[in-house]
Design a protein around this ligand. Sequence first.
Ligand SMILES: [Zn+2]
Length: 331
Amino acid sequence: MDSACSSDVTIAEGAIEKLNSLLSGYQRPLIVSDVMIFDKYGPVIESILDANVIWSISPVYKKGLVSRYSGIDIILGFGGGKSIDIAKLFANEAGLEWISIPTAASHDGIASDVASVMHDGYRYSEKCKPPKAILADLNIISTAPKVLTLSGIGDIISKTSSLAEWRLAHLHNDEPLDESVFEIVNNSLQAILRDYSLKTLVRSIIDTGNAMTCFGSSRPCSGTEHAISHAMDRRMQSLHGLQVAFATPLSLYFLEKAGFAKHSAHNIHTFLKKTAMPNTLENLDMTESIFLDDIHHALKIMEKRDRYSVLKHCDASDSDLSEAMREIGYL
Ligand SMILES: [Zn+2]
């Protein structure tokens, strides 16, 4: 992979021990974390580091907050997706480098240069810098709640539709496609379909995050299934990976019709059931009309981002969508 867009990655049990050498030359690191992680690992981190660290325990991102920490020279995101996103945004604002230390493998944002920000009930993406380094300590990540790991698997499974739709959009709508980036994301997907051990998941999530950074947009990893999840965000706060995985069979159903799917909607829906991810409207407290409304909204999101949707390609009507829901097994 192009070294300009890949970070220094360590995936190992005890990877956190490497932190002191990574921070040599820095005097005042700021660690963004949350209360639970700080309580659990704060003393461990401070015993590893020679430098005097400052902690920022903030549940939400606030613009301008980082300027309160005077003299900081690097930022660390230590926690789940939220802490890592805040670290990215702080680093952007302060013009500093940042390091990602994920405590869960819940989605591919732990390694990417894109932060997800909530504003007025909507989630949107903000482009930041890629991390200088990623320290994925498998001992720490293995203690994360199982549902977070499941969400990470879901985010990778969604690449069955995002990749196929990317190819479709390239051929039918001239969207740029990079074969080497396609390969990286596809390899991550294949690895997870073979074995979803924690180490494989962490590697896949980091590789797909890097792939987006290399390509310069989230397109390889985010298609209509992600837009549907963003539309669902208007009403619910379920985990990103579970929501995108839920919407994946719907996209695949139409990608199969368009002749672009490498995986069937049925097989991926069965995978969701087997791994106990939400796979029916009832699981997510949704009705058919609410899901239809989300799909309509998702199409507007795709259009706004100049991304070609397989639903548009197939000219899917409400009755086509309802039939798809029934055939897949959402109802
Ligand atoms: Zn995602």
